[in-house]
Each structure stands twice: as C-alpha cells, then as structure tokens.
Design a binder for this molecule. Structure first.
Ligand SMILES: NC(=O)c1ccc[n+]([C@@H]2O[C@H](COP(=O)([O-])OP(=O)(O)OC[C@H]3O[C@@H](n4cnc5c(N)ncnc54)[C@H](OP(=O)(O)O)[C@@H]3O)[C@@H](O)[C@H]2O)c1
Length: 287
C-alpha cells in the first residue's frame, strides 16, 4: 500500500520487461492499481469492478465452425488509433491492465502485419496466478499463441514475438497465401508456422476455420484497422472492446479504428461501460 492507501501495483510493462511480452501499448501514468467502476448497466450499490472477475465471467460461446472473435482497440476521443504511428500514446495503466486481462482470456492473439511492423510485437507474458488458474480450469494453454496475417511476409524474424518465445510453446502462426515471396517465406519458416490460405487472396473465415480446427475457442484480435475491417466485412466480430482514451489527437489522414467496408454499419449492442482514470471501457456485442 502507498501512503494514500492505494494498492501498490507493478505495471504490466515493467513485469514484462523482465519476463516476456512487452505490450503494444506503451507505459504511462502512476504505479497504483487504478480503481475501475461500472457505470452501465447501473451497478446499484456496488460500482467497483475487478477486471478479472468481470471479463472472465462473460460467456464467449464459439459459433459453429469458428472461434469467438473479440476485438480490442484503444481510441482517442476524436477517434485516432495511434499517436506518431503507435497506440502507446493513447494508453494508460487501467487500459494496460484491461489489455492484459483480455489477453488472459484468449487462446490466440491475432494481429495484422501492419501492427506488427508498427509496434514490434513480443510474446504474450504468462498471466498471473489467478488468471493462470482460470486458464487451467478452462483447459487453455499457459499463454495465448500469437497469429499474424500477412500477404507480403515483410516481417522481421528477429523481433521478440519470433525470436524470444518460450521453446515449450508452439511457434507463432503466420497466415499468408501461396503467392507470398519464396525468399521471405524461407526467412520466416524457421521462426513461425506459415499457413497458406489461398493462391492470392484469402478470407478471414478460412483463417478462423483453421484456428477452430486447431482447438481455438477464443480469438483476441488486437487490430489494426485493416484486419478489423476484413473481419467486419464478413460479420466475424462477436465482441468489440473499445477503450476511449481521454486524449484528443487532432490532425488529418489518420486511420479509422476499423477500415470502412461494404455493407457497414453492422449493429452492435452496448453490453457494459466501465470507467477508470478518465478512460471509458465499452463492451459491445454483435446483435
Ligand atoms: N489503437 C489501437 O488499439 C491499435 C491497435 C492495433 C493497431 N493500431 C495501429 O494501427 C496501425 C496499423 O494498422 P493497419 O490497418 O495499417 O494494419 P493491420 O490491420 O495491423 O495489418 C494490415 C496487414 O495485414 C495483412 N492482411 C490483412 N488482411 C489480409 C488478408 N486478407 N490477406 C493477406 N494479408 C492480409 C496485410 O499484410 P502485408 O502488408 O504484410 O501483406 C496488411 O497490410 C498502426 O499505426 C498501429 O499502431 C492501433
């Protein structure tokens, strides 16, 4: 406890820096565990929320033939997804905590190659004791597996997610096409399981069917906007967790959180709103 009675909290990025898995969203803010309160649905006399209890109690039934797909994004008040090309400038301790709690739910963390290139991904860290027990009870692996989608395979095999993962874990997955450059494929094959999903283009539903065949029940998609748009276009987003950061970025030419797709908008239902440190954490479910 600190002098004000706050629980002292070691930020995830600090623990990760000494283990595995530095998060995408960069460090910011104080080192006390942020108080999280529910504002919707009206919480009655007990507004305080434990993020693990809250998000791990939600039901996520896998639809027929594919896993449940949860998208998690942080946006500025004015809808930006990055500051200077990275999401970290929008984040804070409460957002980072939720980011890790959601990773603790997932069998697979899915991400687009654009985000991997922008953010430099590392292996997800091993969840803490309580989440570890929940994962064990659900029959999940100790850590989620990473999966990247990339047509061009323009990926750096020396970044953490490829070079530092635990040898007892399966290698990260890369979903690509048979049209990918053979030289780039040869570079990535020693550090990842490269899966072809078509000759030139492939659809996310084929990828999700492959993940389902591997026993995946919950996929956490961490963006970016291009991949989110691909999933939305095929109606494959079941849950959308949106953190609204209390920052206004301004500027022009920035990416939308979900790339615009034909047939949008898709209807979602607001399921829950939490608040912490000026951030809003909204959970939407597909209708
Ligand atoms: N605020 C947030 O929460 C958040 C979260 C994530 C990312 N971001 C930001 O978003 C930006 C990156 O987003 P982005 O939209 O440019 O990239 P992205 O969605 O991460 O990745 C796009 C790439 O994925 C591959 N891809 C997607 N669909 C594919 C398909 N059907 N077939 C083959 N390959 C496919 C392609 O890779 P190749 O080019 O290799 O072929 C494509 O260029 C960064 O600035 C990042 O910081 C923000």
């Amino acid at each position: 406890m600190d002098r004000k009675g706050h629980l002292l909290w070691i930020p995830p990025w600090m623990t990760e820096a000494f283990s595995t898995g530095v998060p995408v969203r960069a460090p910011a803010g104080p080192t006390t565990l942020p108080a999280v309160r529910q504002v919707y649905p009206p919480p009655g006399d007990h507004p305080d929320v434990d993020l693990v209890d809250c998000f791990h109690a939600d039901q996520r039934p896998a639809p027929a033939g594919r896993p449940w797909v949860l998208v998690n994004m942080v946006n500025s008040v004015d809808g930006a997804v990055a500051v200077d090309g990275r999401a970290g400038g929008l984040s804070g301790p409460a957002d980072m905590r939720l980011y890790q709690v959601l990773r603790g739910l997932a069998d697979v963390v899915l991400v687009g190659a654009g985000t991997v290139r922008a953010e430099g991904y590392r292996t997800p860290r091993t969840p803490d004791g309580r989440v570890a027990k929940l994962r064990d009870r659900r029959g999940q692996a100790a850590r989620p597996r990473l999966a990247v989608v990339s047509g061009r395979l323009d990926l750096d095999p020396t970044i953490g997610m490829f070079s530092e993962h635990d040898p007892s874990d399966p290698r990260p997955l890369i979903y690509t096409t048979t049209a990918a450059d053979p030289g780039r494929r040869a570079t990535m094959e020693p550090v990842a399981e490269v899966v072809d999903l078509g000759s030139v283009e492939w659809s996310p539903s084929a990828m999700l069917a492959d993940l389902s065949a591997r026993g995946t029940e919950v996929v956490l998609c961490e963006g970016g906007p291009t991949l989110n748009g691909q999933l939305l276009a095929e109606g494959l987003i079941d849950e959308y967790c949106l953190a609204i950061s209390p920052r206004v970025v301004g500027g022009s030419g920035r990416a939308d959180p979900v790339e615009q797709v034909a047939g949008a908008p898709h209807e979602f239902r607001l399921d829950r709103v939490l608040v912490a440190e000026g951030f809003l954490f909204c959970r939407y479910l597909a209708t």
